[in-house]
Design a protein around this ligand. Structure first.
Ligand code: FAD
Length: 290
């Protein structure tokens, strides 16, 4: 049996938040043992590669955890991508999550990196020491005309030199498992980590779902209806829902789990305490190693 990967995602604190909040998040994650932590990168006004690089440096050097830096490229030119990659290298980053990023109203893309696959090719060509990962969408990217089209584009991105994929959040495991089957049939054979977002707050999840288009299955809708107005009960129910989702996915042999922490260490620790034994399995086969 292979050992699935377990990774976490954190984001730089908002510009008006005290700098120390990221330390609170990372300190709060002590006791959780991820294979790596990924650090997001803003698009548009919140884009700040120094913030991503600084947090990567802290995770790598102070917490000794492998780190993946996200990089969105549609508003960058080659020189800016070079600068970002140099900064990440100095911060001890060994892998990049190469992204196109979302469109920002009123801002013209540079036209250099149209799709994430352009960034993947660029990194493979200019900085081949980095491992490169990409994003994927079990229910299709919101702008793709069909899931099959999206998978055709995904294959081009993987063939440009990806070592692995990390999925968008989803709540219906069947949907994810069907997606993985489709990618394998399409000739995509890199490991795919399943993106799990704990639902601990009913309004937060409505916002997320409207942004990324993930479907809320009936069992989650029932939880939201029953506990949505009771924050403490909703949090507990959400932690259990995410833990069960992870347990079911691991039983189905997924390559890995990527937990969107939302910078909430307490929720993350509680989920980890529920699922940690599932990540102790034996002989590795397919792994995203950074
Ligand atoms: P792409 O892979 O380029 O795909 C975008 C769209 O273009 C898709 O519809 C695809 O089907 C289509 N497409 C791709 N190639 C072609 C082609 N050759 N011809 C025609 N169509 C094509 N956003 C941030 O701003 N910062 C982050 O840190 C961040 N982290 C993320 C992490 C994960 C795991 C995920 C799943 C998403 C993340 N995002 C982040 C959001 C992401 O930037 C958006 O979803 C964005 O809209 C798409 O980025 P992409 O890299 O997936 O794009």
């Amino acid at each position: 049996m292979h050992k699935p990967q377990f990774s976490l995602e954190v984001f730089p604190p908002r510009r008006n938040a005290p700098v120390g909040t990221i330390y609170d998040t990372l300190d709060g994650l002590q006791g959780v043992h991820p294979d790596f932590i990924s650090v997001t990168y803003g698009t548009g006004r919140s884009a700040d590669r120094t913030a991503t690089a600084r947090i990567c440096h802290t995770v790598r050097k102070e917490y000794d955890i492998p780190v993946v830096a996200h990089l969105t490229a549609q508003y960058l030119n080659e020189e800016q991508v070079d600068e970002a990659l140099d900064m990440f290298k100095q911060a001890g980053v060994s892998a990049i999550l190469a992204l196109r990023g979302d469109a920002v109203e009123g801002r013209e893309p540079t036209g250099v990196f149209h799709y994430a696959s352009d960034l993947v090719s660029y990194i493979r060509q200019h900085q081949p020491d980095f491992q490169v990962f990409g994003a994927c969408y079990p229910e299709g990217h919101p702008h793709a005309s069909t899931l099959d089209d999206d998978i055709t584009h995904l294959k081009l991105k993987v063939d440009a030199g990806l070592s692995g994929l990390i999925s968008q959040l989803f709540f219906d495991n069947e949907e994810f498992l069907r997606f993985v089957d489709k990618t394998r049939t399409a000739g995509i054979h890199v490991p795919i980590e399943a993106g799990i977002m704990p639902v601990t707050n009913a309004s937060q999840i409505q916002r997320m779902v409207s942004m990324c288009g993930s479907r809320i299955p009936n069992n989650l809708a029932t939880l939201l209806e029953r506990w949505g107005d009771d924050p403490e009960a909703m949090k507990q129910a959400g932690i259990l829902f995410a833990s069960q989702q992870i347990s079911d996915l691991v039983s189905h042999g997924v390559d890995g789990i990527h937990l969107y922490t939302m910078n909430h260490p307490c929720t993350t620790r509680r989920i980890w305490n529920n699922v940690a034994p599932l990540f102790k399995a034996t002989t590795p086969e397919v792994e995203i190693r950074v």
